[in-house]
Design a protein around this ligand. Structure first.
Ligand code: GLC
Length: 428
């Protein structure tokens, strides 16, 4: 080894030592928290910016592990990890319907939330939905209530009003679809929604059933109500959309596929959650500035109403992680007014903190949001409270039955009769 190389070798070994020391110092200061979350819209892209203020304040790091977009698939994965006591994941982003089923695996956030004095900031019903036997299983980070997205330009061009019933929607969608296609717009469809056999279809179909006065599948008192003529009428109506105003492909659509068709300008109407609003007005959207939102249409017959399924996401801390104190601190941050405001402005998510509905920045980013508080306060919960541990099975039976009807494999009345018997087996 000549002199120069020896010096170079020494220098590089010294640098390596410094690097090791530096890494040691960093890890002594902070811990790394692993956070799992579904990947819908821009949530994953925006995540680093969302947690950056917390990372800077605390010197800790958050690593995001993205999950599949389907909440049904996420639930399956979470359940496996939690049942195995997985210590690698500290924080789980959880759907509003999961609290009763996953409660035993999560840390009680009530002491931290009480100490921080933040519970009163949130809508009480949402805190209640995440509380199981007095344990606060998860802190809410946003709520969800769907909208009927409609193309203002197309409605105006074809002299149509915003539909207030499903029959009007079908008529208007068909008329505009036919006229646009006649003008050479071959890809145009009337209505896109979530028709895949997964939790999203439970949400859409609960809206149809409820809007026809057909109840809430299983009522808050535990009565199985789904086998009734109004529910059958609702499902028959939806079955009539597939292949006429909605593409056959809708039977495989989740939120993001519906948004894809909508945002390329190929649908007159779309059922989706508020996250699609800001994205639809984004620079890469063909429908930017050409749409608005309205409450979903009503059904027909006695008890007909406009119905929106209550959705929403929360943050929960695993009992099996090594850094629970830090993870709880992160959870409190992600649920805080500061983070919820960021989410509302960047992703269009509806806050669970009441005062943010009067925040000028939030309202400037989402002009519809003041109107939407009303919609979500009247939203219909899925029957996770009355079915507790069995919710996932109940929902799976429901969306499977609905899918068989809208794909033309079964008659609504028969499918609902069978569903009722299956639900009795599960819930007895
Ligand atoms: C949205 C809702 C969630 C629901 C899901 C269904 O993410 O917030 O509650 O389960 O859609 O796809």
């Amino acid at each position: 080894m000549n002199h120069m190389t020896k010096a170079a070798a020494l220098r590089s070994s010294a640098l390596a030592t410094i690097a090791v020391l530096a890494a040691g110092a960093a890890s002594a200061q902070g811990v790394e928290i692993t956070y799992v979350s579904g990947a819908v819209g821009n949530a994953v892209n925006n995540f680093d910016a969302l947690v950056a203020p917390w990372e800077e304040r605390t010197g800790n790091d958050v690593v995001l592990v993205p999950m599949p977009a389907s909440t049904t698939d996420q639930f399956g994965q979470y359940r496996l990890w939690l049942a195995a006591g997985n210590a690698d994941i500290d924080v789980y982003q959880t759907d509003v319907i999961w609290a009763p089923q996953l409660a035993e695996h999560f840390v009680d956030l009530m002491p931290a939330a009480t100490e921080a004095g933040v519970l009163e900031q949130h809508f009480p019903a949402i805190i209640e939905s995440q509380t199981v036997d007095g344990k606060l299983v998860a802190m809410p980070i946003f709520t969800d209530a769907p909208a009927l997205y409609y193309r203002t330009d197309l409605l105006e061009k074809h002299g149509a009003e915003v539909p207030t019933t499903w029959a009007e929607l079908q008529e208007t969608a068909q008329r505009i679809q036919d006229a646009e296609r006649a003008e050479g717009n071959a890809e145009m469809w009337g209505f896109v929604f979530q028709g895949n056999a997964y939790e999203g279809l439970t949400c859409d179909a609960l809206e149809w059933v409820k809007s026809f006065g057909g109840g809430q599948i299983v009522e808050p008192d535990g009565t199985i109500s789904v086998n009734n003529p109004q529910a059958a009428a609702a499902l028959e109506a939806a079955a009539g959309w597939v292949g006429t105003i909605s593409p056959e492909g809708v039977l495989a659509y989740q939120e993001e596929e519906s948004r894809g068709v909508w945002q390329t300008g190929n649908a007159v109407f779309m059922r989706n959650w508020p996250y699609a609003y800001l994205l639809g007005n984004g620079a890469d959207s063909a429908v930017a500035g050409k749409f608005d939102v309205a409450p979903l249409p009503m059904g027909e017959g006695e008890g007909a109403t406009s119905a929106a399924t209550l959705g929403g996401w929360n943050v929960a801390v695993s009992r099996y992680g090594d850094n629970q104190e830090v993870a709880i601190d992160l959870a409190m941050y992600v649920a805080s007014a500061e983070a919820q405001k960021q989410r509302a402005i960047n992703e269009g998510n509806l806050p669970t903190i009441q005062s943010l509905y009067e925040d000028a920045d939030v309202l400037a980013a989402n002009p519809y949001m003041a109107r939407w508080q009303e919609v979500f306060l009247n939203a219909v919960p899925r029957p996770s409270a009355p079915t507790q541990q069995d919710y996932n099975e109940v929902s799976t039976l429901f969306f499977t039955a609905v899918h068989s009807v809208i794909s033309g494999e079964a008659e609504a009345a028969e499918a609902l009769e069978e569903l009722e018997a299956d639900l009795e087996d599960v819930l007895e």
